[in-house]
Design a protein around this ligand. Structure first.
Ligand SMILES: *Cc1c(COP(=O)(O)O)cnc(C)c1O
Length: 378
């Protein structure tokens, strides 16, 4: 795998902080000069829902980090997922999804896509070798799943998808472009919730989709502005600042989380720890990853123990998001997966005593000390 180029961070320097007013000026230009400004040209800034100079600069920066030239920024990760799927799927089409997807994506698949006549089927990471595509147009997965941290073999799926004339979409949020670049292993589209690592400061909601296929990107861009999933330019500007420290933050997340996973797995009060650096075997496309990010899952067997643990933590705050500079902790069976009954939880392999930790960039000794004192109180 090619290294992560920090040089690409400097591409497309941002200089238009007043971008929200810029389109008004440019609309005047458009009225005087209509032939120069066309709706189907992403670089003619006639109206900020359609395109915006600050947003464009950030799109090109992020695409570069993912190993592509073009991408589309959205008002949220869910906006990116919705527009990407709707740009290639329509009535009577079939798509196949990973069972272990993010909850919001599940809601989209279960509540919205069927109303448009799109047939949705599921497969689990554990049954990847049995997957049969059967005319599906899209295979949709996450590279590293939440909260159980399973690694999906993107390289294998890209081969199977392409042999069957399907596209492979990869939500790469949990690894970030620093740790893994799915397009290099054959994915047709890579999606990010920019809200997580790419912004990393828990103060912005944005999404991103990128591909080497500019035709696909153009279709997704048209869905973005037609459905009104346009990103806020000021938030885009904040992301332009955030990505300057993406590599630094990822190195610290990777290091802290790996050490914490090892610490927890050697502790007698923790019955199971999941973090990819602990696995005996991983798909070969992940062997060159510099690390696996901030999220560690551990199991305390009972909800009572899990609660006692999280309530006694001082640095780790209880909150549902992840991948920001601050350490957070959550109990999936009480939050993201609260709507599942006992049987469904078991099927999803989520224990009632399961705890998901998002390890921030604080001092590692302070974090381990905090975990130790909370473990002592179980
Ligand atoms: C958070 C998240 C999303 C949704 O992103 P938003 O920015 O909250 O809309 C999608 N996929 C994954 C894996 C996520 O963690």
């Amino acid at each position: 795998m090619k290294g992560f180029s920090t040089r690409s961070i400097h591409i497309g320097e941002i200089h238009q902080l007043d971008s929200i007013t810029t389109p008004i000026f440019q609309t005047a230009n458009f009225l005087m000069n209509p032939s120069k400004y066309k709706v189907d040209n992403r670089d003619s800034y006639i109206y900020s829902r359609i395109s915006n100079p600050t947003v464009r600069a950030v799109e090109q920066k992020l695409a570069n980090l993912c190993g592509a030239k073009e991408g589309v920024l959205f008002s949220s990760g869910m906006g990116a997922i919705t527009c990407s799927l709707l740009s290639v799927l329509s009535e009577n089409d079939r798509a196949i999804f990973l069972t272990e997807l993010y909850g919001g994506t599940h809601s989209l698949i279960e509540k919205v896509l069927p109303t448009l006549g799109i047939q949705c089927d599921f497969f689990s990471v554990d049954e990847i070798s049995k997957l049969s595509l059967d005319g599906a147009k899209v295979v949709y997965v996450e590279s590293l799943t939440n909260p159980l941290l399973k690694l999906t073999d993107v390289e294998y799926l890209a081969r199977i998808a392409h042999e069957n004339g399907a596209l492979l979409f990869v939500d790469n949020t949990f690894l970030s472009p620093y740790n893994f670049r799915s397009l290099e292993f054959g994915a047709d589209l890579e999606i990010h919730s920019v809200t997580k690592y790419i912004n990393g400061h828990s103060d912005v909601i944005l999404g991103f989709a990128t591909s080497k296929d500019e035709n696909l990107i153009n279709k997704i861009w048209q869905k973005m502005y037609t459905l009104g999933f346009n990103p806020n330019p000021f938030e885009a500007y904040l992301v332009a600042r955030s990505v300057k420290t993406l590599a630094l933050r990822m190195e610290k997340h990777n290091h802290n989380a790996k050490q914490i996973a090892e610490f927890l797995s050697s502790h007698d009060k923790v019955v199971d720890v999941r973090y990819p650096s602990l696995y005996k075997q991983i798909p070969s496309c992940y062997e060159g990853c510099p690390g696996f990010g901030a999220v560690v899952y551990c199991d305390f067997l009972t909800q009572e123990n899990a609660l006692r643990f999280v309530e006694n933590l001082k640095i780790f705050k209880q909150a549902t998001s992840l991948a920001g500079v601050e350490s957070l902790v959550t109990i999936p069976s009480l939050t993201s997966h609260a709507s599942l009954n006992d049987e469904q939880l078991k099927k999803a392999q989520i224990s009632k005593g399961g705890v998901r930790i998002s390890v921030g960039v604080e001092d590692l000794d302070d974090l381990i000390e905090d975990l130790s004192q909370a473990l002592y109180k179980i």
